[in-house]
Design a protein around this ligand. Structure first.
Ligand code: UD1
Ligand code: UDP
Length: 373
């Protein structure tokens, strides 16, 4: 009988990065793959799963408005444990660093079910940034059986923490697998919001949602955008807003009546890929976007003061600005005014530090080697 592997997803980025893994296990045919959606995100999770044609075996629907970390942790831990007791899988795969990731992995660990950590070994070495994600990924790597490290650097981080070397595999990041799949299907989205961006005027794509940026830091980002709007009369901004009301409140406060800022709902994944490809440059505090721009080759101002993805700066188009208004303005102006600088940022991206789109297949091979007779 085929063994069962449970893949857990809770939020938008987990779904994007776990989708190719789920599909690769399914297509390989050696395992019965079940998808457990915790529903930490509601709308934003469903949209991604629909795009990849993935139907969860179960959705725990834990999301509440403005949910606290203790609520997500305790509900995901308890409900995932109940689910795993029924399904009794041979392994559980979790992705990355969200509260779903940590709580679901812990549920598996308590039941002595081996855990595979996809995107293991990323470290900012600062527990407060990103918060609480840095703690989540460190904790999962304390008890995971397999570490699927996206880069050599993440493998090195794990070795330094004494993770058993034989169980670390450098796979590349599965986001590149997802991106290559989305790129084949992108087109200019036929939704009203894009009609407001005229073809001849450049736009900057902006996303921000991190917990440590709530409040003042997010206001500083908006103030930098306001300055740029005032000084560049042709410039537009496209801002797909995270669903979190705490984040939206700030964007609405600054830009509700600003014609050249398009505030919109989160974009479907292929629409967002179109927006990245067609933007002049990107400003974001997202983790996944730092990886994606290395393949899309667009400059990215990273709206964080530290990153667990230094590869995005060394071999990618990332520029670390934090949420400092002056720094955001300074680097935006360089990108807008200095073509040689802009081209030099893009040219740094000759290498693909996050892999070539074969990460999911490498993960399947490890699982087969470990679990199939
Ligand atoms: C979560 C992850 C973060 C990840 C991000 C991706 C944690 C602690 N944080 O942060 O690592 O980068 O997802 O986007 O795991 N909401 C909706 N509909 C949705 C999704 C969210 O209304 O589809 C609202 C709800 O009010 C919810 C709030 O957003 O309570 C915050 O969601 P939550 O998952 O707690 O935090 P994120 O900031 O999304
Ligand atoms: N993304 C999307 N629609 C949007 C904004 C982002 O599909 O409107 C994708 C983006 O391409 C990336 C992922 O969502 O793959 C990043 O998610 P997010 O920024 O929410 O989380 P993080 O990566 O910071 O954990």
């Amino acid at each position: 009988m085929r063994k069962t592997i449970v893949c857990v997803v809770g939020t938008r980025p987990e779904a994007i990065k776990m989708a190719p893994v789920i599909l690769a296990i399914h297509n390989d045919g050696n395992f019965d793959v079940k998808v457990l959606a915790t529903g930490q995100h509601a709308d934003m999770l469903d949209s991604v799963l629909n795009f990849f044609n993935i139907t969860p075996d179960t959705n725990l629907h834990v999301m509440k408005n403005c949910q606290g970390l203790e609520y997500i942790t305790s509900s995901v831990l308890t409900l995932t444990s109940d689910y795993l007791k029924k399904v009794n899988p041979a392994a559980v795969l979790v992705h990355g660093d969200t509260t779903t990731t940590f709580a679901a992995a812990l549920a598996a660990f308590y039941l002595k079910i081996p855990v595979g950590h996809v995107e293991a070994g990323l470290r900012s070495f600062t527990l407060s940034q990103p918060f609480p994600e840095e703690l989540n990924r460190v904790l999962v790597d304390k008890f995971a059986k397999w570490a699927f490290a996206p880069t050599v650097l993440s493998k090195q981080n794990l070795i330094e923490e004494k993770f058993p070397v034989s169980n670390i595999v450098v796979t590349g990041n599965t986001v590149i697998d997802a991106l290559l799949c989305a790129v084949q299907r992108i087109k200019k989205p036929e939704i009203d919001v894009f009609n407001r961006l005229s073809d001849d005027k450049p736009f900057v794509l902006l996303t921000a949602h991190r917990r440590e940026s709530w409040g003042k830091p997010l206001e500083h980002i908006c103030q930098a955008v306001a300055f740029l709007l005032e000084n560049y009369s042709d410039l537009n901004f496209l801002v797909p807003m995270h669903k979190n009301p705490i984040v939206r409140e700030v964007f609405y406060k600054y830009f509700t009546n600003e014609e050249r800022v398009v505030l919109c709902e989160p974009l479907e994944y292929p629409d967002f890929v179109w927006a990245m490809k067609n933007s002049l440059f990107i400003m974001s505090d997202s983790g996944g976007v730092q990886e994606e721009v290395t393949a899309i080759k667009k400059p990215l101002l990273i709206l964080r003061s530290v990153t667990e993805r230094p590869e995005a700066i060394e071999n990618g188009t990332g520029i670390l600005t934090g949420t400092d208004e002056d720094k955001i303005i300074y680097f935006s102006r360089k990108l807008l005014d200095d073509k040689i600088y802009y081209d030099s940022v893009v040219a740094k991206c000759a290498l693909m530090p996050f892999g070539d789109g074969t990460a999911s297949q490498k993960i399947v091979e490890v699982l087969k080697e470990s679990l199939c007779d």
